[in-house]
Design a protein around this ligand. Structure first.
Ligand code: IPE
Ligand code: IPE
Ligand code: MG
Ligand code: MG
Ligand code: MG
Length: 306
């Protein structure tokens, strides 16, 4: 067995986060790329504020780990796709925190981008991060066949847009103060949080030139842990301190936001989380021991304390 298998999950996640952080720093360098005219200093600073120094980097970690499952020949391609996805995730947080959305002052233990800069800077930093993600995936430096890049760009667009994360955010805002059915909450969560996590798991398989059936299987795994991720976020919003989370807590109840945790209570949510972990582990069974780290990731998602 590979000796890295025995390391605690947090150590593996931190090692992945370091690699991703390094790649993001290179990508958000002051030097313009070919075809870019100039990188405005304040915009770039706002982007760097929203992206660097913090974050669990779970989504990029999932890209790297699922790619490793298929022994992707070029790790740099997986790292670039991972960094592109993190750019979209960070953009979603920058916009999620805006006064027109959740109106938050703290993110990853720091002032939110619109607090450290201003609202226009936060909007434009988000726009630029979203666009940059597609640049990163499609660029010549991403050493993948053109067909794989098109697949990734297409899946990433669908996971991020109106039928994915952004659509989920719209449903989430529309639901404030109204009561949703359990199915409506599940759909909302599958979109706002699940879609990007599902993409993370599928993307690694695409990078690793996996068969369609395996891409599909990893997608199912991603959907299960994506739901677990948002359930845990809602639970932590109810139970954790702002210091532990690096962001405000108690926000969902204050905003009258229906979550499964508020609908069914803390014990029910913990039980659901255990069920989702078991489901996620089952889905990975065909991959045997090679998927042990991904199974640990599923447990981490459900049991995380920040
Ligand atoms: C927070 O995501 C937003 C949700 C989708 C619930 P994370 O908990 O992954 O945030 P970071 O990236 O670690 O800060
Ligand atoms: C945000 O959900 C999900 C996205 C950013 C797409 P939340 O609004 O619950 O995330 P936090 O709690 O602010 O991180
Ligand atoms: Mg929100
Ligand atoms: Mg929020
Ligand atoms: Mg939340």
């Amino acid at each position: 067995m590979d000796e890295t298998m025995t390391l605690p999950f947090e150590v593996k996640l931190a090692a992945g986060a370091d690699m991703v952080e390094g790649e993001l720093r290179r990508l958000l360098d002051t030097r313009p790329l070919e075809g870019e005219l100039y990188r405005p200093d304040r915009l770039l600073k706002a982007m760097r504020h929203g992206v660097l120094n913090g974050g669990k980097r779970l989504r990029p970690f999932l890209v790297l780990e699922t790619a490793a499952l298929f022994e992707a020949t070029d790790d740099t391609a997986a790292l670039r796709v991972a960094a592109a996805l993190e750019c979209i995730h960070c953009y979603s947080l920058v916009h999620d925190d805006l006064p027109a959305m959740d109106d938050d002052d703290l993110r990853r233990g720091k002032p939110t981008v619109h607090r450290a800069f201003d609202e226009a800077a936060a909007i434009l930093a988000g726009d630029s991060l979203l666009t940059y993600a597609f640049d990163i995936v499609s660029a010549p430096e991403t050493a993948l066949p053109a067909e794989a890049k098109i697949t990734l760009v297409n899946r990433l667009a669908r996971a991020s847009g109106m039928g994915g994360m952004a659509g989920g955010q719209a449903l989430d805002l529309a639901a404030e103060g109204s009561s949703l059915s359990e199915d409506e909450i599940l759909r909302l969560q599958a979109m706002k949080t699940g879609a990007l996590i599902r993409f993370a798991c599928e993307a690694g398989a695409v990078v690793g030139s996996a068969q369609d059936a395996d891409i599909e299987r990893l997608g199912e795994f991603g959907a299960a842990i994506g739901l677990a991720f948002q359930l845990a976020d809602d639970l932590l919003d109810l139970t954790a301190s702002s210091e532990a989370m690096g962001k405000a807590t108690g926000k969902d109840a204050a905003a009258g936001k229906a979550t499964l945790a508020s609908l069914h209570g803390i014990d029910w949510t913990r039980q659901q989380l255990r069920g989702l972990v078991a489901q996620a582990e089952d889905i990975l069974e065909p991959f045997g021991e090679r998927a042990d780290t991904l199974k640990q990731a599923a447990r981490f998602v459900a049991e995380r304390q920040s």
